[in-house]
Design a protein around this ligand. Structure first.
Ligand code: HEC
Length: 165
């Protein structure tokens, strides 16, 4: 500021010629650079109803989708709604949202016998998916738990490792 005031004529000139370009005149000293990229402080456009969805990695979701298509889609369908009376839904499923140990257990051990999913009875046979690595299971479960209307957050490798003994 001091330098500015002593060289105010220069600053004025500078402001005249370069002010418009640089967006800062005399007062815009180097200590306080102008806000980059015009990010307004308030996110007024964000509706308050949006839940604080846990961050899910896009690359993990993509890997999980590929695994889903290869291993699950045939029975549980592309939209995760399953086949009524035959293959239960993963969309909004209380099994998918429920205990992670039970969910991982379905994949590692398969599932057969009568079960109730979202109030509907099923009595089918799901083959175990134990060929999947822990990392693949984490990716797959992250995908399943964050697709088809599910918003349950990521499953990480450590969680699966702890459950597969
Ligand atoms: C051959 C068909 C088939 C395949 C492939 C299959 N499932 Fe299943 N899945 C079933 C059936 C049938 C049940 C219900 C079993 C029962 O009635 O006890 C089931 C149950 C489930 C359940 C528990 C109930 C629910 O709907 O939430 C989950 C979770 C699940 N499967 C996820 C998967 C995932 C993830 C894959 C891919 C890795 C997969 N399944 C592959 C047929 C299949």
């Amino acid at each position: 500021m001091k330098i500015c005031s002593t060289l105010s004529w220069f600053c004025l000139l500078g402001a005249l010629f370069a002010g418009a370009l640089l967006g800062q005149g005399c007062g815009g000293s180097a200590q306080t650079p102008p806000a980059q990229g015009q990010t307004p402080p308030a996110e007024v456009t964000q509706p308050p109803e949006a839940p604080p969805a846990p961050a899910v990695d896009a690359a993990v979701m993509a890997a999980g989708q590929t695994l889903y298509q290869a291993n699950c889609l045939a029975c549980h369908q592309a939209d995760g709604r399953g086949v009524p009376g035959l293959n239960p839904p993963l969309a909004k499923s209380d099994w998918v949202a429920g205990d992670l140990a039970r969910l991982v257990g379905v994949l590692l051990n398969g599932q057969q016998g009568p079960i109730t999913v979202n109030g509907e009875r099923y009595n089918g046979v799901m083959p175990k998916q134990a060929h999947l690595t822990n990392e693949e299971l984490a990716q797959l479960l992250t995908y399943v738990r964050n697709s088809f209307g599910n918003q349950l957050g990521p499953v990480n490798l450590e969680q699966v490792q702890a459950l597969r003994k």
